[in-house]
Design a protein around this ligand. Structure first.
Ligand code: F0G
Length: 446
C-alpha cells in the first residue's frame, strides 16, 4: 500500500534548522516530501504524518557491539533504549551523554509463559512485560527519546493528550528535565493509577469534557499556537524510542527471531514503531528474517480492524471499551501502522471486553499481571490460534504494555461485585472473617 522508505540507500545527511548535520531526515508517509531532521513539525504540508528516515549506510552496529553493552555500567548502555542509540536518536555519544533524559527505561523482563500458553493454545509463549518500565508502561521508551530531543531543541514545555500512560510518562520525564508538562485527558475516563502519576509528578492536568480523540485534536491546536512541544506518538521521535521494544525482544532471544509478535493497538504508534525498528534491524543484517506482527484491538474501539478487513481507509468510530488505555476511535498513526503490518506480513484482530478480562485474569493469576489493554494481547493470541492463523507450534512473543497497578479499580471490581457485561469467571473475592482462629481455620481448610 505504501512504499517502504525507511533506511533507503540515498544520502540523507541534511543540514538541520539548527545548523548542525544530522544523519536522518523526516519524510511524509503520504506524499514522500522530505524535511530537515530537526525541523519542528509533526505533519507534512499535505497533513500526512512523518517518519524519521535514518541513513543506515554508515551504521556500524552489530550483535556483538550490542551484546557487549549489556555488561557496561554507563547510563546510556544501561538503558534499554539508548543501548540502541545509533538507531534511535544518533546525536553522537558526547551529546547524548550530556543531555539524555533517562530513567534506565527498558531492560524489561521477557517471561517464559508456557503454562499460560497451554491455556491459549501455544506452548512456546513468551511475554515481554513493558509494565516494568519506570512509570509502568512502554511509553517511557518513546518518552526518553522525545524529551531528550525536546531538551536538545531547547524546549521549555511539553504537552500530550492521553488515555493515561503517555501522560504519566511525560509528566515524569519532563520533571526530570525541568520542563513544564501539560496533560489533556478525557474527564473521568482514565484509570486512577495513571491520573495519580500525572498529578504527583507535577504536570498541569487538564480534564476535558470529551473523549481521547477530542483531547488529541485539542492538544495539536494548543501546541501549534503556544509553541509547546507535542510528545504524542504523532511526534516521530516517540516512535523512534519505542522501536527499542522490538530490538530488545530480539536481543533477549539471542537474536533468534520468533514467529510472531503480538500487541494491542490504540493510537497505533507502538505497532508502527516495532515494525519500523525490525525492518531497520533486518536491513542491517542484525536479524536474519522478520517476525509476523499481530495487532489486537478492543471490539468497541476497532477502527483499524474494520479498515484492515474491508481494505478501506480508517473511519473514526466512537470508542467504548473497559480497556481504557486503548479507548481510541480516531488513531493518528493508522497509515504508518498499516504499512508496518504489511511489511511484517501481519494481521489485525479484535477481542471483546469479556475476552480481555478473561485473559487478564489468566495473566494476573500466572503471577505476571498487567492492565486490561495489555491483556488484549493474550486474548488476541487465543483467538488467532483458534482461527488457525497462529499455529500451535509457533514461537509467540506477546507484549504486555502496562502494569497491573495502573488500573486497580477494574481488578477489585472484577473480583468482587462484578462489572456489568463481564462474566467474572475467575473471580477471587476477598473473604471476610471474624478475628477468631477457629473461623480462620475453617476458611483455610474449606
Ligand atoms: N497499551 C497501553 C497500556 C496503552 O497505554 C496504550 C496507549 C496502548 C496499549 C496502545 O498503544 O496507542 O501505541 O497503539 N496509550 C496511549 C496513552 C494512547 O495515552 O497512554 P498505541
Amino acid at each position: 500500500m505504501f512504499a517502504l522508505r525507511w533506511g533507503s540507500k540515498h544520502e540523507v545527511v541534511l543540514a538541520s534548522t539548527m545548523g548542525e548535520s544530522v544523519t536522518w531526515h523526516l519524510a511524509c508517509v503520504v506524499c514522500e516530501a522530505t524535511y530537515p531532521g530537526l525541523e519542528m513539525r509533526y505533519r507534512c504540508d499535505c497533513s500526512g504524518t512523518l517518519d524519521v528516515v535514518h541513513d543506515l549506510s554508515h551504521c556500524t552496529l552489530t550483535r556483538e557491539k550490542l551484546d557487549a553493552r549489556l555488561a557496561s555500567k554507563t547510563p546510556l548502555d544501561r538503558s534499554g533504549v539508548w543501548r540502541f542509540r545509533e538507531l534511535i536518536l544518533p546525536l553522537g555519544e558526547e551529546v547524548l551523554e550530556a543531555i539524555a533524559v533517562t530513567r534506565g527505561e527498558g531492560s524489561t523482563h521477557l517471561y517464559e509463559a508456557s503454562t499460560l500458553g497451554a491455556r491459549v493454545g501455544v506452548a512456546n509463549l513468551w511475554l515481554k512485560h513493558e509494565g516494568e518500565n519506570p512509570t509502568g508502561s512502554f511509553k517511557d521508551r518513546g518518552m526518553t527519546a522525545a524529551i531528550t530531543l525536546a531538551k536538545h531543541l531547547g524546549m521549555g514545555a511539553v504537552a500530550c493528550a492521553s488515555t493515561g500512560n503517555t501522560s504519566a510518562s511525560m509528566a515524569s520525564y519532563a520533571a526530570r528535565a525541568g520542563m513544564d508538562a501539560i496533560v489533556f485527558i478525557p474527564e473521568g475516563e482514565i484509570a486512577f493509577g495513571k491520573l495519580s502519576q500525572s498529578l504527583a509528578y507535577g504536570a498541569k492536568t487538564i480534564q476535558i469534557e470529551g473523549d481521547f480523540d477530542d483531547a488529541m485534536e485539542l492538544v495539536q491546536k494548543v501546541c501549534d499556537s503556544e509553541g509547546i512541544y507535542l510528545v504524542n506518538s504523532i511526534n516521530p521521535f516517540r516512535i523512534e524510542g519505542q522501536k527499542a521494544i522490538g530490538f530488545e525482544i530480539m536481543q533477549d532471544l539471542d537474536w533468534q527471531v520468533p514467529d510472531w509478535i503480538v500487541l494491542p493497538g490504540g493510537n497505533l504508534g507502538n505497532n508502527t514503531a516495532i515494525a519500523k525498528g525490525l525492518v531497520e534491524l533486518h536491513q542491517l543484517g542484525i536479524i536474519q528474517r522478520l517476525p509476523r506482527l499481530a495487532v489486537v484491538q478492543a471490539a468497541g474501539a476497532n477502527p483499524l480492524y474494520t479498515a484492515w478487513t474491508s481494505g478501506e481507509d480508517v473511519v473514526p468510530v466512537k470508542a467504548d471499551t473497559i480497556a481504557s488505555a486503548i479507548k481510541i476511535g480516531s488513531p493518528v498513526s493508522w497509515r504508518k501502522s498499516m504499512r508496518g503490518i504489511e511489511a511484517l506480513n501481519g494481521v489485525v484482530t479484535e477481542v471483546t471486553d469479556d475476552q480481555i478480562m478473561d485473559a487478564k485474569a489468566m495473566v494476573d493469576a500466572a503471577g505476571i499481571g498487567a492492565e486490561p489493554a495489555s491483556c488484549a494481547t493474550v486474548a488476541g493470541i487465543k483467538r488467532l490460534v483458534e482461527e488457525g492463523t497462529i499455529k500451535p507450534h509457533e514461537k509467540v512473543v506477546g507484549i504486555l504494555t502496562g502494569h497491573l497497578l495502573k488500573d486497580p479499580d477494574v481488578v477489585v471490581n472484577y473480583h468482587t461485585e462484578g462489572i456489568e457485561g463481564i462474566e467474572s469467571r475467575y473471580a477471587n473475592a476477598p473473604i471476610s472473617s471474624s478475628a477468631e482462629i477457629d473461623e480462620i481455620r475453617k476458611i483455610i481448610r474449606s
